[in-house]
Structure formats: C-alpha cells, structure tokens
Design a protein around this ligand. Sequence first.
Ligand SMILES: Cc1cc2nc3c(=O)[nH]c(=O)nc-3n(C[C@H](O)[C@H](O)[C@H](O)COP(=O)(O)O)c2cc1C
Length: 105
Amino acid sequence: MSVLVAYASRYGSTAGIAEKIGEVLRDNGYGVVVQPVQAVREVSRYDAYVIGSSLYEFHWLKDATRFVRTHRMTLEQKPVWLFSSGPLGTAKTNDQGQDVRDGAG
Ligand SMILES: Cc1cc2nc3c(=O)[nH]c(=O)nc-3n(C[C@H](O)[C@H](O)[C@H](O)COP(=O)(O)O)c2cc1C
C-alpha cells in the first residue's frame, strides 16, 4: 500500500512532523512519499493520504487548503487523514491575560 504524506510548513515544524509520520509508516511496511503539497505532481496514484498544515491565525496555510480543494474528487475516494500543527490552541490569551502569540515565531 502506498501512502502520500503531503504537508504545508512555513518554518519546518510541520515538515518534521510529516517526516516522522512517514518514517513510522515506512517502519510498518507501507510505501511512503513525503512531500510539501507544492511539490506533489501525481496525486491519484496513492492508496491513502496523510495531509497536514501548520496553523496561522486559526487557519491552515493556503497551499494546503488549495491542495485539498483541488484534489477533492481524488481524495474522497481513498482513506485520508488530516492533521494540524500548532501549539497555541484556540485561546487568544493565556491564564495571565497575555497574548499567546507573543512568544511564537
Ligand atoms: C503569527 C503566528 C500565528 C500562529 N497562529 C496559530 C494558531 O492560530 N493556532 C495554533 O495552534 N498555532 C498557531 N501558531 C503556531 C504555529 O502553528 C506553530 O508554531 C507551528 O508548529 C509552525 O509550523 P511550521 O513551522 O510548519 O509553519 C502561530 C504561530 C505564529 C508565529
């Protein structure tokens, strides 16, 4: 079974997560290709998909959203697992009332 792990990452954290997912799948006997969504050329040849993006201002990066929308017809016929990377949760402030983004980036 071949799996595409496709991701969008601004500073590399989500790329690292995607590589780790790929490594674990490979260790479990799957054929895996890990690529940034922008680099994916042929989408339909895989049996399953893992697609992820980091979150910025509560949204996926545009390249990841575009990838899913563009390939919706293919993806809806196969198993798909989506993941988001971002440690900030949905609260805009922490317990002390500080903006949670102050320490980010
Ligand atoms: C300006 C800014 C906005 C962010 N917004 C969110 C957010 O809304 N939700 C969240 O969980 N993480 C948020 N994060 C954290 C990033 O998603 C997190 O650091 C992520 O791991 C970055 O991954 P990347 O290096 O693959 O882009 C934000 C970070 C920055 C710098």
